[in-house]
Structures are given as structure tokens and as C-alpha cells.
Ligand binder design. Structure first.
Ligand code: TYD
Ligand code: MG
Length: 456
């Protein structure tokens, strides 16, 4: 019987050490070491002495490797497929992370219930079969090819997999399953890491894709160390605000496609609905005549959508003016406010500024700068931006409007949604065919020109 030993593992980067450390020498985080008991497998020694045994694998040169025409599994959900880069790759291990209650189990369950021609095994370590049945009834789908098992022991799970031969395996969640001969409790770093590694081995050997659901801890990272993110092929994050009905599926790591894709869902009584035209959803409110609102023509991944930026500027009541931004980088907002001060006589020191991107979305596209700065000025002047005007443009430090990518798509999206004018960076004009569009295009070089167009 192998003797168990104690190691200390960094919860941030997964580094281990024989003794406790206050600061991790690898990732420099403080107070991240936790105690773990590991029982080594009796014949785990790897040494050159074993090298006479014939290995299972064989080194190959790249041109000997046959990729074939890889057929991805179509998940019958346009948003999900796109975020994965065009469907699920056979043998891939995908982690879906998100806060409790955001809808991870709902998303995955409704996806597998709608899948036809594939046999799926849904392993639930969190909910009873009855609870899953109730949820499936709520979603309103039934699928005889989807089998459910409530199990937390990984050995048992593998036995079920062997009996069922599924085309797709779901594990909900990785933090609840455990390997029997590892002494630490389920959800601990050692368990999470070892379980994920065994599942990865299974996925690669059999070519069966596996979706793992993982929780996000208080710090906002996927519980279990970063190691889990290194093990899996793809990390998706499902987030959104509990108070809004929108949910966003983002790709943070993808070995088989781009990470800039985004899927948008709406939480309904009967599950999650794909939002294939986000602009319509994000622009539903009528803000005619209200100051502090400007519409940005944004792009996330390759998808254009129009989004409302709202701002409220009021006289600072206390010594230090307040600044708050939801869905936008506060440092960037401060930079834009400084540009406003320089270019439009906006008195920074006397104003509280609140900024909000509608729908609780976080947009990383720098092209929304122009609408942010316009919304702030609109609120400050108490003059509304005309409802049928939208804009795109990155704002530079000297108040210049810098070109943005995919301008054509932005313009076409604005036109499609009935806007009569779009303000764009002057530099984006090159090579753009005006004749194609009906919408009035206003090219601007500096923020002042945009303000003149908007506020006269
Ligand atoms: P759930 O999928 O259990 O979240 P997670 O697995 O991420 O913890 O989602 C739970 C929430 O979703 C719950 O608060 C209720 C809500 N919900 C709906 O609004 N409509 C539905 O059809 C379903 C199934 C859940
Ligand atoms: Mg769940």
C-alpha cells in the first residue's frame, strides 16, 4: 500500500510544494496554498527502466498525420455552434464555467434534449433525476436518446459510459465528482485536476466529446486552479447579470477556433432562447427625447450589433466627484472624460459621471468610445441625441476619431435597423462603396465634428 503524503497546492496556478508558502513563487499570489493529501498509485514510477516495453504511441512526422475531413458535431443551436467555432470537435473536452444559477445546466440540458441522431449521457452530480425531469418538462423537450444518471464516482461514471456507448458525455459538474483512491474531498484541487485529466484521456482515446460544467468561485475564476483551464481544449464562460434576462456565452480559450465569438441568449420561462438578432433586443426601449443616450454600432467577434450607451452627469455633491461604469472600463471612461474636458469645456472636477451599457453587456469593442463620449456630453448639456443616429469610432487622446474594423458590417446593420444617419471615422471611408447604402454617412476626423453633427 502506497503511503499517502501531504502537499500544498496553489489554488491559483496549481503549483505544488512540500511545505506551506505564504506567497506562490510561480504566480506571485498571496495566501493561495491549501493542504492536499495525495495517495500515489503503487506503480506510478516512470523511468527509463520501463522503456523496453513497447509503447502504445508512435512518433510521427506531421505529414504522416491524417486529419481527414473533420466532421464537427452540430449541436442544433446556432449560438452554441458558433461560439465553439462551428460545432463540437470529436474527442474535445469543453469546460463551461459560470456563476451558480446563471443557467449552465439549463443550457446544456436543452441542447442535448434537442440533439437528434446522437446518443448522449448526462451525468448529474448536483441534481436528482427527478429535478432533471422537472427541468426537462419546463424546457418542453423529450428525447429517448438522452440518458440521465446521477453519479459522482468517476469509476462508476466510466462503467456507465462503457455500457451506454454515448456519442456525447455531459458532466454536471466537475466539482462534484471524485476518484475513490484519492483521499481529498470532491471539489478540491487534486480531485478536480485528476478527474479532468482522466476525462481528457477518455475523450482523446475514444473520440467522444465531453462537456464539463464548472463553477466560478468568489474571485471570478473557474473553481479549481487555472490548471483545469490548461487541461481542457475549450473554455466557455456563461455570464450575464442575474437581474437581466440576457445571458452571454463567451469563448475564453479555444484550441479549435477563434475566441472572439459570442452567443447571446434570453432566459425565458421555458429555457434559454437563442437571440439571433441582438440589436432588436438591445434597442427596444423608446428613448426619444431623453438626454444621455447614444447608440453605438458595435462588433463582437464577427457579429455587428447596435447597443445603447447611457450616461448620467450630475453636479458633484461631495469633494471628490463620483465615477461609475457598468460594462465599460472605468479607466477608459476617465480618459474619455479628460478628452471631453480638453475638447468640449466639460468641467471634470465638478461632475459625477455614471455610465451604463444597456442590457448588462460587457463590450470590448473600442468603437463604442464615440457613443460613450457623446452620451456623457448629451447628459451634461441635457440635449438628446436624435433617435435615428448611431455611431462608431475609437477616440484617441487628442480627440481624433480613429478608424475601426468591419465598418461595412456596422453600416449595413445600422441601415437594416432603420437608422437614417451613422457617424463613422473619416479614415474608414477609403475603399467603401457609398452607392451600396441608403443611410446617410457622416465621416468625422475629430470629436468636435461629431458633436457639431449631434448637438449643432
Ligand atoms: P440552472 O441551469 O440551474 O443554473 P446553473 O446550472 O448555472 O446553476 O438555472 C437556474 C435558473 O434558471 C433558475 O434560477 C431558474 C432559471 N430558469 C428559468 O428562468 N427558466 C427555465 O426554463 C429554467 C429551466 C430555469
Ligand atoms: Mg447547475
Amino acid at each position: 500500500m502506497a503511503k499517502s503524503k501531504t502537499v500544498y497546492v496553489c489554488t491559483h496556478c496549481g503549483n505544488d510544494s512540500p511545505k506551506w508558502l505564504g506567497k506562490c513563487p510561480v504566480c506571485n499570489e498571496w495566501n493561495t496554498y491549501v493542504e492536499q493529501v495525495v495517495t500515489p498509485k503503487s506503480n506510478s514510477g516512470t523511468s527509463l527502466q520501463h522503456s523496453h516495453e513497447s509503447p502504445k504511441s508512435r512518433p510521427l512526422s506531421l505529414n504522416e498525420i491524417n486529419t481527414g475531413n473533420e466532421i464537427r458535431m452540430n449541436l442544433a443551436d446556432e449560438e452554441f455552434n458558433r461560439v465553439l467555432g462551428g460545432g463540437l470537435v470529436p474527442g474535445s473536452l469543453v469546460l463551461i464555467g459560470g456563476e451558480p444559477g446563471i443557467g449552465k445546466s439549463t443550457l446544456v440540458l436543452q441542447t442535448v434534449l434537442r440533439l437528434t441522431n446522437y446518443k448522449t449521457l448526462y451525468v448529474s452530480g448536483e441534481e436528482s433525476a427527478r429535478q432533471l425531469k422537472l427541468r426537462a418538462e419546463r424546457i418542453g423537450y423529450d428525447n429517448p436518446d438522452c440518458l440521465i444518471v446521477c453519479e459522482t464516482s468517476l469509476d462508476q461514471i466510466f462503467t456507465h459510459i462503457k455500457n451506454v456507448h454515448p456519442d456525447l458525455v455531459i458532466i454536471d459538474s466537475i466539482q462534484t465528482i471524485y476518484i475513490e483512491n484519492i483521499e481529498s474531498s470532491p471539489g478540491s484541487i487534486t480531485q478536480v485536476r485528476e478527474c479532468a485529466a482522466s476525462i481528457l484521456k477518455f475523450a482523446k482515446e475514444t473520440g467522444t466529446p465531453v462537456l464539463l460544467i464548472g463553477h466560478i468561485n468568489k474571485e471570478g475564476s473557474i473553481a479549481g486552479p487555472k490548471v483545469l483551464e490548461h487541461i481542457v481544449d475549450t473554455v466557455l464562460q456563461f455570464d450575464g447579470d442575474q437581474h437581466y434576462m440576457y445571458r452571454i456565452l463567451r469563448n475564453i480559450k479555444n484550441r479549435f477556433g477563434s475566441t472572439s465569438e459570442l452567443g447571446i441568449y434570453e432566459m425565458k420561462q421555458n429555457g434559454l432562447r437563442e437571440v439571433s438578432n441582438p440589436s432588436e433586443l438591445l434597442l427596444t426601449q423608446n428613448h426619444e427625447g431623453l438626454s444621455g443616450v447614444a447608440i453605438a454600432a458595435a462588433v463582437e467577434g464577427i457579429r455587428p450589433f447596435l447597443i445603447e450607451t447611457q450616461s448620467l452627469v450630475s453636479t458633484a455633491a461631495y469633494g471628490t466627484p463620483q465615477r461609475s461604469a457598468t460594462g465599460f472600463d472605468i479607466r477608459r471612461m476617465n480618459m474619455l472624460l479628460a478628452v471631453l474636458e480638453k475638447r468640449a469645456g466639460f468641467k471634470l472636477i465638478q461632475k459625477d459621471v455614471f455610465l451604463n451599457i444597456a442590457g448588462g453587456l460587457k463590450v470590448n469593442d473600442p468603437a463604442i468610445d464615440l457613443s460613450v463620449i457623446s452620451a456623457v456630453l448629451s447628459s451634461s448639456l441635457d440635449v438628446a441625441v436624435e433617435r435615428e443616429i448611431c455611431m462608431a469610432g475609437e477616440v484617441g487622446l487628442s480627440g481624433e476619431i480613429r478608424p475601426v474594423n468591419r465598418i461595412e458590417q456596422r453600416i449595413l446593420e445600422a441601415e437594416k435597423l432603420g437608422f437614417h444617419t451613422i457617424i463613422i471615422p473619416h479614415n474608414n471611408l477609403k475603399g467603401f462603396d457609398y452607392q451600396k447604402t441608403q443611410i446617410r454617412i457622416v465621416p468625422v476626423k475629430k470629436v468636435e465634428e461629431a458633436f457639431r453633427e449631434l448637438f449643432g
